[in-house]
Design a binder for this molecule. Structure first.
Ligand code: PLP
Length: 413
């Protein structure tokens, strides 16, 4: 029986890479009374959150906010800019990149998926799910496209299924080097507000993000950040769209409103989230995530287990994928850790099901929360009979105590 309000004592440890824990401050903001979404106060709220999202995406151009999960914003990006039969070039970095490609095919786009080659001893079923986007392969493919049939290149910034953060500036440079006019679309659903993202500077045409990761909100709203080229493409794109259509939304947003009923209370939460992020400072937010990620990786290394991301330049600040030893079912491990220690870890998705688990270290967290999380993992691994090389908890304690946070904690007088 479903018992949402009946949990063991203490806080549940929600350490999946999104939805991430929602801070009390945001929950309180969301609990305020719903107001008239056509009234004067709402317009001020709308203008504030739209401006805040532009700052977060680092763009001067419109940002769209949908009452939908990230998947809706994926569809919106494609439906607003492309026409049936258009070729799109995707790069398989993991499960989410694959799902986006599947969606493009369902929308009657002609989808081509590039993937890195090579073998991998640890993850033979998904060797390329340990790497990021290889910009040189994109450049090579675009150079071959002399008829300019490819209309969009779609890549995932932070691949939540693997813990690899791709270099988007390198993808833009590859497209420029090939002199190809395709649009660049970037899924930064789990990257935004954890890893640096620079919409205008990186020349991204459509970015997609969601509420339930770095923004620390419940799931339910998602975003498209646009470019002038994306808005131009919209004028000739013929994929059917109605709910997702940018034109009506951009028009209504000018005064802070939406053409339909927006998620009023989630927008209260977004307003609070933006206040929290900007008062801390974006650079500090990124540094905080980088430091947590390094501490967690020090634990995984001390255990002697492989980190899924095989390229240290691309370690994710959002999550760490941990490959379990052959014969150790990562799903059984996760289940046991949940039942024994009330800790939720991310599941291995798609091709890596049962072969890895994911530790989320994003949003509303701190050193001690992560140490408890690592303790839960370490106890679970031992209970599953995994021979660990050493104590990850000790390694992370050493890391956190010797690497000072730029924290906003107060000194006790
Ligand atoms: N893309 C990435 C990188 C994700 O992490 C997710 C969800 O975790 C999605 C797309 C799908 O978003 P949603 O589940 O909000 O529809």
């Amino acid at each position: 029986m479903l018992q949402l309000d009946s949990h063991p004592s203490g806080r549940h440890y929600l350490q999946i890479p999104g939805p991430s824990p929602v801070p009390d401050r945001i929950l309180r903001a969301i609990s305020l009374p719903t107001i008239d979404h056509r009234g004067p106060e709402f317009g001020l709220l709308g203008l504030k959150v739209l401006a805040g999202m532009r700052t977060l995406f680092k763009t001067r151009h419109p940002v769209i906010i949908y009452p939908a999960s990230g998947t809706g914003a994926w569809e919106a990006a494609l439906a607003n800019t492309l026409s049936p039969g258009d070729q799109v070039l995707m790069f398989e970095t993991g499960h989410f990149a694959s799902l986006w490609a599947k969606m493009a095919a369902r929308l009657h786009l002609s989808t081509e998926v590039l993937a890195g080659r090579g073998d991998d001893e640890q993850l033979p079923a998904a060797p390329n799910w340990r790497q990021g986007v290889q910009a040189e392969l994109i450049e090579k493919r675009l150079r071959q496209d002399t008829e300019r049939k490819i209309k969009a290149v779609c890549v995932v910034h932070n691949e939540t299924s693997t813990g690899v953060t791709s270099d988007i500036a390198a993808v833009r440079a590859a497209m420029d080097a090939a002199g190809h006019p395709a649009l660049l679309m970037v899924d930064t659903i789990s990257g935004l507000a954890c890893a640096d993202y620079q919409h205008d500077a990186w020349g991204v045409d459509v970015a997609i993000s969601g509420s339930q990761k770095g923004l620390m909100l419940p799931p339910g709203i998602s975003f498209n950040a646009l470019s002038p080229r994306a808005l131009d493409a919209m004028k000739t794109a013929t994929l059917p769209r109605s709910f997702w259509a940018w034109d009506d939304i951009v028009e209504a947003n000018k005064a802070g409103y939406w053409p339909y009923t927006p998620s009023t209370n989630l927008l209260y939460g977004l307003s609070e989230s933006l206040d929290m992020i900007f008062s801390e400072g974006l650079e500090r937010v990124f540094a905080r995530h980088d430091r947590w990620a390094a501490g967690v990786r020090s634990a995984v290394t001390a255990w002697g287990l492989p980190i899924q991301c095989a390229d240290p330049r691309l370690y994710s600040p959002v999550l760490t994928g941990v490959i379990t030893p052959a014969g150790v079912d990562a799903d059984a491990l996760r289940r046991m850790i949940f039942e024994r220690f009330d800790l939720s870890l991310g599941v291995g998705l798609g091709k890596v099901k049962g072969r890895m688990f994911r530790i989320g270290h994003l949003g509303d967290s701190n050193d001690l929360t992560l140490l408890a999380t690592l303790a839960g993992c370490e106890m679970g691994l031992k209970l599953m009979g995994v021979k660990l090389a050493g104590s990850g908890v000790h390694a992370a304690m050493d890391y956190f105590s010797t690497h000072h946070a730029q924290s906003s904690l107060q000194k006790v007088a």
